[in-house]
Write a protein that binds this ligand. Structure first.
Ligand code: CA
Length: 236
């Protein structure tokens, strides 16, 4: 069954090009050009069909897409990917904290949007016990069931904190995880401001897992926002 995507975007040119690209990929696309239009569509759909994913622009003629995000989060867990020309770190963090699954800064490549959509759909589609347990990306392999990390088939020894940090990223592989989320989940809520912990342990993890720490391929930095583990090659 094809996945239903609601695209909320007032730029007609972008809407048309995304419509074409997404339909080639087999998505069924609904579009809205304003907040009011999006709300009307979601209300209408609530009667029967459901939307699998929302792609949301922020600058809309009748308001800010952020308003729709918070409204959606109150009523559903439908994944939301924000697309925006705004590049402010503070706003990205706010959107992620509000429950956006990811964001893309315009202009972006369609391939990148499709990849983020796949990841968002996969994460939401998994119940807790079906979360990603085996991560593979190039030479890096992490098996959360066996608590094993391999690089080019050779086991890598990680300290408990390094492992906890990697495991947290594996659970959301392909998606950005904010500094706050990582600090809260690995060190505890009382350490939420200790970003130097994160820098230190990320440096150690990269030293053990990256071929070139100056050009990381797995543990990617999202400047000012957090970190993203590259998307897994497997979905076991
Ligand atoms: Ca816009």
């Amino acid at each position: 069954m094809s996945r239903k995507v609601l695209l909320v975007e007032d730029d007609r040119v972008l809407r048309d090009s995304l419509r074409e690209a997404l339909s080639i990929e087999g998505y069924e696309l609904k579009t809205a050009a304003s907040l009011a239009d999006a709300r009307a569509q979601l209300e209408h759909l609530a009667l029967g069909q459901s939307i699998d994913l929302v792609v949301l622009d922020l600058g809309l003629p009748d308001g800010d897409g952020q308003a729709l995000l918070s409204q959606l989060r109150h009523t559903s867990s439908t994944p939301v990917i924000v697309i925006s020309a705004r590049d402010a770190e503070g706003q990205k963090i706010q959107l992620l904290d509000q429950g956006a699954d990811d964001y893309l800064v315009k202009p972006f490549g369609i391939g990148e949007l499709l990849a983020r959509m796949r990841v968002a759909l996969r994460h939401r589609g998994h119940s807790a016990e079906r979360a990603l347990l085996v991560y593979r990306h190039g030479p890096l392999e992490a098996d959360l069931r066996a608590r094993k990390v391999l690089l080019s088939k050779v086991e890598v020894h990680l300290t408990p904190t390094e492992y906890a940090l990697l495991a947290r990223l594996v659970r959301q592989a392909g998606q950005v995880v904010t500094h706050r989320q990582l600090l809260t989940d690995v060190w505890g809520a009382e350490h939420v401001d200790q970003t130097h912990y994160l820098r230190l342990y990320m440096g150690q993890l990269r030293a053990k897992l990256e071929v070139d720490t100056a050009d990381p391929q797995h543990l990617l930095t999202e400047p000012g926002v957090g970190y993203r583990l590259a998307e897994s090659d497997t979905t076991d």
